[in-house]
Design a protein around this ligand. Structure first.
Ligand SMILES: *Cc1c(COP(=O)(O)O)cnc(C)c1O
Length: 224
């Protein structure tokens, strides 16, 4: 049976409190599936591969706000810089510099999130809390006029243990408050906590999420 994308989207959207935004993660799903969500009013979509994203962005309606949610190689930044709405997974100063440089070339300011590593799995990308502290303390980011740091993004461990997920996301939430008060207290743009995926977004919302990235619960299983 075909996936009921419209119905799924409605269910997920209705389960979110008003202050939590939905990023519909459409990676590996074809344009037709995205359009089913689009026609229900969804405008924010998340992708994690540059080539797939660029192709979709070219073919699909121009009022879609695309979020890049995967690991982004520096040599791919220039391809998405002209149109990307938010780059969610900035995990190095080198990447931040490149985004700033390419955004400047396009005459844009690109919204970004810093990606934290709080999961126990060491396969996941992201800055440790100390690496993130060091990056901000070093201060170079203050001179980057073409990036705007809007908050933090993270992924909890992919486990069935709700308490572990809760502990990891609570760590991220506390860390957000620390960074906010140290560096962004006067900066209204720094407000996003992007955590929560299909299996854990209800917990993530209890742990301060402002933005959930949900794929499978909307589009069904991905065909790799
Ligand atoms: C694929 C992906 C998601 C969505 O995962 P689902 O389990 O399908 O909801 C969320 N965040 C990131 C970073 C992803 O790569």
């Amino acid at each position: 049976m075909a996936t009921d994308v419209a119905g799924n989207l409605k269910r997920v959207a209705q389960s979110l409190p008003p202050h939590v935004r939905l990023v519909a993660v459409s990676k590996y799903h074809p344009n037709e599936q995205l359009m089913l969500a689009y026609n229900e009013g969804q405008r924010v979509f998340g992708e994690s591969k540059e080539q797939e994203l660029s192709k979709k962005a070219e073919q699909l309606p121009k009022d879609i706000a695309w979020h890049f949610i995967g690991h982004l190689q520096t040599n791919k930044v220039r391809f998405i810089a002209p149109y990307i709405s938010m780059i969610e997974a900035v995990d190095s100063l080198k990447l931040l510099r490149e985004i700033n440089k390419q955004a400047e070339k396009c005459g844009r300011v690109i919204d970004v999130l810093l990606e934290l590593h709080v999961a126990e799995e060491d396969t996941k990308f992201g800055l440790t809390l100390d690496e993130c502290r060091d990056l901000l303390a070093a201060g170079e980011w203050r001179d980057m006029k073409n990036v705007r740091i809007c908050g933090l993004m993270t992924m909890a461990s992919n486990v069935d243990n709700d308490e572990q997920i809760r502990a990891e996301l609570t760590t991220a939430w506390r860390f957000f408050d620390e960074i906010k008060s140290l560096y962004f207290a006067q900066d209204e743009a720094f407000k996003e906590r992007s955590w929560g995926m299909s299996h854990d977004y209800h917990i993530a919302i209890e742990c301060g999420s402002t933005m959930v990235r949900v794929g499978t619960n909307i589009f069904g299983e991905r065909q790799y």
